[in-house]
Ligand binder design. Sequence first.
Ligand SMILES: O=C(O)CCC(=O)C(=O)O
Length: 263
Amino acid sequence: MTLTPQQCTFFEVFGFLILPGLMSDDIDWIIEEHGKVFEQQGVVHDGSKRSMIVPFSDQRERLCTLLDHPKVLGVLKSLLGDDFNYVGGDGNYYSGDTNWHSDGGHQVGLFGKFHLYLDPLTRDTGCIRVIPGSHLIGPWREHLQGTRQPTELLGISGRDVPCVAAETEPGDVVVFNHNIYHASFGGGPARRHMCLNVTSRAKTEAEVNELDRYLRPAGRPKHWLGKYPPGAQDIMRNTASPKRYVHLEQVIQREQYYLNAAQ
Ligand SMILES: O=C(O)CCC(=O)C(=O)O
C-alpha cells in the first residue's frame, strides 16, 4: 500500500492528511491493547485531567507490530521515506479541550505524527483541528502564535480560529507534520488516543543535529525518551525483525553516540 502522489503533495502543502478507515480492520485489537497498557501501568483515568503514558506502543508486543503493519508502513514510507525513524509515542485519555499549539518548529528534516483516535469525534466533541499550511515556517506562521491567546490577541475564542476539523471514527487515521498548529475543543472526559512519532532519516549534518535536538533537547533526554524506565524500549527492539529494525536503528545509533560522548 502506498499513498498516491496527490496525497503526498497534499501532505506537503497542507501539513496533514486524513485517511478514513485505514485501520478499520485492526481497530478492535488496538482499542483492547490501549486499555491493557493503562491497566498494566496501573493508571486509572478519573477524567479530571489528561492521563498520558509514554512510551506507549513499546509496552505491548502486539502494539509494536504497528511498525510492521503494511498500511502503517505504506503511509509512513510514502510521506517520510523508506528508512523513516520511529521516535516513540504516547497513549492518552484526553479530558476536555487542547489549546492551539504546535509540536515543533523544525526547519530541517520532517517530523510527523500518526494519530489513532479511538472514539467517534466531531468538530464539537473533541476531534483534532488543524490550521492547514501552518507547518510551513515563515512570517505568516509567526502570526499564528496569536492562536495561543486567541481572545486577547485575535478577539475570538480558540474554537473560532479558522481551521480544518478532522472528524474521525475509530479506524480512521490522521497524520500531521509536527510543525502544524492543532487543537481540539468540546471533548469529553475520556477521549482515547495513541500516536506514533516518526521522522525522516537524518542524512545531512543539519538533519542529524535537528534529530539530536528532538531526542535530547538542551542536551538531555526528552521526557518521553528520558523517562523510559530501564528496558522500556526492549519489547519494541527485542521483537524487531530486520525490517522493523530499519526504523529503530538511527535512534539506537544516536543513543550509542550520546553514551560514548558522555564517557
Ligand atoms: O487531541 C488532542 O486534543 C491533542 C492532540 C495533540 O496535541 C497531539 O497529539 O500533539
